[in-house]
Structure formats: structure tokens, C-alpha cells
Design a protein around this ligand. Structure first.
Ligand code: HEC
Ligand code: HEC
Length: 273
């Protein structure tokens, strides 16, 4: 079975691991004559989902939202997931995380992984996130602002900020809104801003690209890469929770903000139609 599609399968179609499936088949055969027996099959599944829900809330909710509809992490409450395209991919992602992203692996037991996976699949049966705003108009809002100075979208733009091609698949609408109105509230990992002062008195700021015991590399706002030996520098200041992206709060009307968020939400990595 693939992930829940819009033709929402009922809870009885949640796939169990092979051993349990076989066990279930046997129980099902025995159950043919007894209603009470059916009730016990259903309640074992209910218990598994309840465990999955509890684990999800404690292990995943901080990023994916307690209801799974996204936050810093992707919105999982949708009928199709971009990376977790089938059961195996879903379990692998939960176990190992997604390298190169903020999605961590976790030391869960196989039974915990399978109950979380079963629960994640039930999340997809809700209606898709309802985002106010018009993505077409949002596209024009985007083009009229300076976003491309720092962000690449469809191959065009600067590289100071993260690429936006699939931002709508990676982040929730609420997170995207916050990124526009209060960029410093949720700076993605990997975007640490530095301020350095050289021994001869020059000051630079930029986003850290690399740092080791002896040297540091960062990219300034024009996208230029700087590299210094640490003994050339008087000051290296790490500006946590600081962003070169300034808030668009006062530059956008409520309607423009809604439109821009709707546009970003629609960016799921697919080529433009
Ligand atoms: C520290 C934050 C964080 C935590 C904790 C976290 N995730 Fe994620 N997760 C993310 C981010 C960010 C992504 C998007 C990665 C990407 O595609 O760039 C993601 C992606 C995913 C995906 C892939 C979604 C898709 O579109 O295919 C699944 C499934 C997932 N997470 C499930 C979980 C589960 C289940 C847990 C708890 C065991 C969990 N995550 C814990 C941040 C987190
Ligand atoms: C001066 C450079 C700059 C400009 C201009 C800029 N951004 Fe950003 N943006 C960044 C940087 C750097 C980050 C990552 C660190 C952070 O969140 O501050 C970021 C983060 C973001 C994020 C969050 C990404 C994530 O993965 O959470 C979104 C969404 C975003 N920008 C959209 C926009 C849009 C839309 C515009 C135009 C209205 C814009 N940015 C203008 C530099 C910029």
C-alpha cells in the first residue's frame, strides 16, 4: 500500500509489519465466527495508533507541530508526502532522518518506528492546509520585492539565503509567514551570521560557510566568499538568531503577505507550469 491517497483508506488498512500481518491473518481466520474477536483486532490497532500518537507528540511535534501540520518541519498532514513516498521510505526517514536537512534520525525501537509510521499515515487523511491568499498574485509580489537578491528560485537569484524551489514542501505556511514577518524568530540551522574584525581594523559580516580551528569562511550579502586565518582576526562574533533578512512586516499589506505566503506554499519543487 502506498501512503494514504485522497481516497482515504480507513484505519483498518494501516499496514503492519510482516510478522504482525501474518499473526493478524491467523486471528482474522479465527475471528470469522466471533464479533468479540474482531473487537480485539481493532483494539490492538487502536493501541498501536495511540502509542504512535504519544511518541509523535513527544519526538516529532516540536518540529512538525503537535497535529503534524508542520512548523519548522514539513507539513505531514497531507495525502502525499514528497520524500516518504511509500511505507519503506517513511520508516527509513523516521529511523535515519534525512541527511543534509534538519530532519534528525532517532534511536527508536522497530516497534516504536512502526507505530509512529502508522500514526503519520493517519495524518494524511485530513483536508489539505487551507491557506488564504492567491499564489498568482503572490508571484508578482515576490518579483516586485528584493527576494532574488539573496534567494535562488528556479535557477535565478543570489545564494546568501536558502534556495526556495521546494520551500513549500519543506516548511508549513505558518513558518513561512513567520520567516517573512519575523525572520530572526526561526533562523534555519546552517545560517549562522558572523561579524569579524581584522587586525588592521576592517569589519565584515556574512553567513558562515565553514570554520575550523585555524580558519573561517563566510559569504557576505553580495554573495562574495571571504576566507581568513583566525590569527588575522581580532574579533569573531557569532550572531545567533540574527538574520540579514529584514522583516517585511511594514513593507507588505496583510493581503500581499497572504498572497506571498500562498505563493511560497505552492513551491513544491516541481518545474513551473
Ligand atoms: C529538529 C526538527 C525535526 C524533528 C524533531 C523531526 N523532524 Fe521530520 N522533518 C524535519 C524537516 C526540516 C523536514 C524536511 C526536510 C527536507 O525535506 O528538507 C522533515 C521531514 C520529515 C519527513 C518527510 C516528509 C516528506 O515530505 O516526505 C517525515 C516523514 C518526517 N519528517 C517525520 C518525522 C517524524 C515521524 C519525527 C519524529 C520521530 C520527526 N520527523 C522529527 C524536521 C524535524
Ligand atoms: C538580504 C538577504 C535576504 C533577502 C533580501 C531576503 N532573504 Fe529570505 N532569507 C535570507 C537568509 C540569509 C535566510 C536564512 C537565515 C534566516 O532565516 O535568517 C532567509 C530565510 C528565508 C526563509 C526561510 C527559509 C527556511 O528554510 O526556513 C524564507 C521563506 C525566505 N527567506 C523568503 C524570502 C522572501 C520571500 C524574500 C522577499 C520578500 C526574502 N526572503 C528576502 C536572506 C534574505
Amino acid at each position: 500500500m502506498s501512503l494514504p491517497s485522497n481516497g482515504a483508506p480507513g484505519p483498518d488498512r494501516v499496514r503492519l509489519p510482516r510478522a504482525r500481518r501474518t499473526r493478524r491473518k491467523r486471528v482474522v481466520a479465527m475471528c470469522a465466527v466471533s464479533l468479540a474477536c474482531w473487537a480485539s483486532v481493532v483494539s490492538a490497532q487502536t493501541a498501536e495508533l495511540a502509542q504512535g500518537k504519544r511518541l509523535f507528540e513527544s519526538q516529532c511535534g516540536s518540529c512538525h507541530g503537535p497535529l503534524g501540520n508542520g512548523g519548522k518541519g514539513a507539513n505531514l498532514a497531507q495525502p502525499r508526502l514528497r520524500r516518504a513516498t511509500d511505507d519503506e521510505a517513511l520508516s527509513n526517514i523516521i529511523r535515519r532522518g534525512i541527511s543534509g536537512t534538519e530532519m534528525p534520525g532517532s534511536p527508536l525501537t522497530p516497534s516504536q518506528v512502526s507505530s509512529i509510521a502508522a500514526y503519520v499515515k493517519t495524518l494524511g487523511r485530513v483536508a489539505p492546509e487551507d491557506v488564504p491568499g492567491n499564489p498568482q498574485r503572490g508571484k508578482a509580489v515576490y518579483a516586485g520585492l528584493d527576494c532574488a537578491r539573496c534567494h535562488t528560485l528556479r535557477g535565478r537569484g543570489g545564494i546568501v539565503g536558502p534556495e526556495l524551489d521546494d520551500i513549500g514542501a519543506r516548511r508549513s505556511a505558518a513558518h513561512l509567514r513567520e520567516a517573512l514577518l519575523a525572520p530572526e524568530a526561526s533562523v534555519p540551522s546552517g545560517f549562522l551570521q558572523l561579524r569579524v574584525v581584522t587586525r588592521d581594523g576592517r569589519t565584515f559580516t556574512g553567513i558562515r560557510v565553514n570554520e575550523d580551528g585555524f580558519s573561517v569562511q563566510f559569504r557576505d550579502l553580495s554573495g562574495r566568499l571571504h576566507s581568513f586565518w583566525k590569527d588575522e582576526l581580532d574579533v569573531i562574533e557569532q550572531l545567533w538568531q540574527r538574520s540579514p533578512m529584514t522583516s517585511y512586516d511594514t513593507r507588505l499589506s496583510v493581503e500581499q503577505t497572504d498572497d506571498l505566503v500562498a505563493y511560497l506554499v505552492a513551491l513544491k519543487g516541481a518545474p513551473e507550469e
